[in-house]
Design a protein around this ligand. Structure first.
Ligand SMILES: Nc1ncnc2c1ncn2[C@@H]1O[C@H](COP(=O)(O)OP(=O)(O)OP(=O)(O)O)[C@@H](O)[C@H]1O
Ligand SMILES: [Mg+2]
Length: 112
């Protein structure tokens, strides 16, 4: 199993969610987060004054998936979250040792 963590532009959340539907994802977690990439945040003009914004708002999506669909999950996120502008985000894929459904104590892929 793998944990796919995608940091995306907030306005892309609905597109990404819809793109995942055909893959039969059983669940996912969404969080509002802040961060910066290699541009180190941006300078923004607000009411005539220039503010340095160190951390820009992003959305984090976490999806635990079986190994056989991880490539498809990454692929649809790459397409649906893409604008081509800086700050489009990143996808991190990590190994997932165990998953347990609390209600039933099912484990592993049965618990996804
Ligand atoms: N190395 C990293 N580790 C953890 N989070 C990161 C990392 N790089 C980027 N992020 C997260 O992803 C968000 C978007 O990053 P961003 O797309 O700006 O990356 P980038 O490397 O600067 O690419 P680009 O040049 O396309 O902007 C950041 O605001 C941050 O939340
Ligand atoms: Mg960036």
């Amino acid at each position: 199993m793998k944990l796919v963590t995608a940091i995306i532009k907030p306005f892309k959340l609905d597109d990404v969610r819809e793109s995942l539907t055909p893959l039969g994802i059983q669940g996912l977690t969404v969080s509002e987060v802040k961060g910066f990439g290699r541009q180190k945040g941006q300078t923004e003009i607000y009411r005539g004054a220039e503010y340095h914004v160190s951390f820009l708002p992003k959305v984090k999506i976490e999806i635990a998936v079986s190994d056989d669909i991880v490539d498809q999950v990454v692929d649809v996120i790459l397409q649906s979250a893409h604008t081509g502008k800086i700050g489009d985000g990143k996808i991190f894929v990590s190994s997932l040792d165990s998953v347990i459904r609390i209600r039933t104590r099912e484990m592993g892929e049965d618990a996804l």
